[in-house]
Design a protein. Structure first.
Length: 399
């Protein structure tokens, strides 16, 4: 008897109908439908007990399993997910603090529990990008701090919030997550002063090339903030233009901050900052981090040995340098009729000019090179404009 285009349920019903007719031997009927006598008797028994409903397929999983995760553990897993939005690895660390390892499932099982309960949404896999350079990879706390403005968003009172974040690149410890109504250098310096006073100074501060962290019109990209950092012994470093992935650790933290604090946003700035302060406390003291061996940033971070004094560090140029004071136009006089344009951000500060030979001069602020100029060339309306350290003397970028 052909089985084409017939579902298993339809075949079972046809088997029962032909058995009820009494026109076929049972052995012949089972052989025609390709089932054993044992299976045939089982189908008939289910039909007698439950009618046609008994012919439907039954679940194949066991009624009970000794390896089932206890209900209280499942409840705790779901509680941590709802409270924090963490993934399975971090949740398992926290659940192990309250339950024995024998009853806490694996990371994969925890992920499956979250997915079963609808608490995890599958995301499309992204192609892994090639590593970009430079790679800022510190080996100890306070070697590199990173700072950035998370994208602005609208508060409930229809005003825009600009959250400034500062964290340690090694321990992932967040020093600041402070919202404001605008992005400006004054706000960044104010928050950095508070962080330096509480935790000490880093060696480097890593930012992107945007305002107010950098100035594309100034030598080396240094703006007002950069020169303030140099005055206090902190070296500014920047990601390449268009490469936020070079500060990927900070950007990843921003993704968590956005999901926990900005969707939906608070009504006003004060409420929003309270929400972000709670996130910082949780992130630093409760949230285990995979790259820290599942320790929290607060367990790994150490205070810096470079104390904040609030005063610019003294500096003296070498005797073989020509020292000039930058005037309000951002320039210094050079000879009787010419000047060297440096940056208006250096107004009132002193630069050093070193003669390298063949009429080539190198310009320094403190011990940091700002660029070069060649006497008699690259002059425009009596002003020399510096070529940065990565350019040759003809204005071409080095390869």
């Amino acid at each position: 008897m052909p089985w084409q285009n017939r579902s298993p349920m339809e075949q079972k019903i046809a088997f029962i109908r032909e058995w009820e007719s009494g026109q076929y031997y049972f052995n012949s009927l089972c052989e025609a439908y390709g089932v054993s006598r044992k299976t045939g008797y089982k189908i008939i028994k289910r039909y007698k007990e439950n009618g046609l409903y008994g012919l439907s397929s039954r679940p194949r999983h066991p009624l009970s399993s000794p390896n089932t995760t206890p209900a209280q553990v499942v409840e705790k897993i779901m509680w941590w997910r709802v409270k924090t939005g963490w993934g399975a690895k971090k949740i398992r660390v926290k659940v192990l603090e309250e339950h024995d390892e024998g009853v806490v499932p694996s990371v994969t099982t925890i992920h499956n529990i979250l997915r079963r309960e609808g608490l995890v949404v599958a995301k499309k896999r992204r192609r892994k990008a090639e590593p970009s350079y430079p790679v800022f990879d510190p080996v100890q706390s306070n070697e590199i701090w990173s700072a950035d403005y998370k994208g602005d968003f609208l508060l409930g009172n229809k005003k825009r919030c600009y959250p400034l974040t500062v964290c340690d690149s090694y321990s992932r410890f967040i020093f600041k997550a402070q919202g404001g109504y605008r992005e400006n250098t004054k706000s960044v310096i104010r928050e950095l002063k508070k962080a330096f006073k509480a935790y000490g100074k880093p060696k480097y501060l890593h930012t992107d090339n945007g305002s107010p962290f950098a100035s594309i019109q100034s030598p080396c990209g240094y703006g007002q903030l950069s020169y303030w950092l140099l005055d206090h012994g902190v070296i500014p470093v920047f990601s390449d233009p268009g490469r936020p992935d070079q500060n990927g650790r900070h950007e990843r933290m921003h993704r968590d901050l956005k999901s926990r604090c900005c969707k939906p946003p608070a009504y006003d700035l004060r409420s929003q900052n309270r929400r972000m302060n709670a996130f910082v406390e949780e992130y630093n003291q409760e949230r285990p981090h995979e790259h820290l061996g599942m320790k929290t940033p607060g367990q790994v971070h150490e205070l810096s040995g470079r104390e904040w004094t609030g005063k610019a560090l003294p500096f003296e140029y070498c005797p073989d340098l020509i020292v000039k004071k930058v005037i309000s136009t951002g320039s210094v006089r050079w000879g009787a009729y010419e000047s060297i344009y440096v940056s208006s951000c250096l107004t009132g500060r002193y630069i050093g000019i070193k003669k390298l030979g063949n009429r080539v001069y190198q310009v320094f602020y403190r011990d940091h090179s700002l660029g070069y100029f060649k006497e008699g060339e690259q002059v425009e309306k009596g002003k020399y404009h510096l070529l940065d350290s990565d350019s040759d003397m003809n204005g071409r970028r080095r390869v």
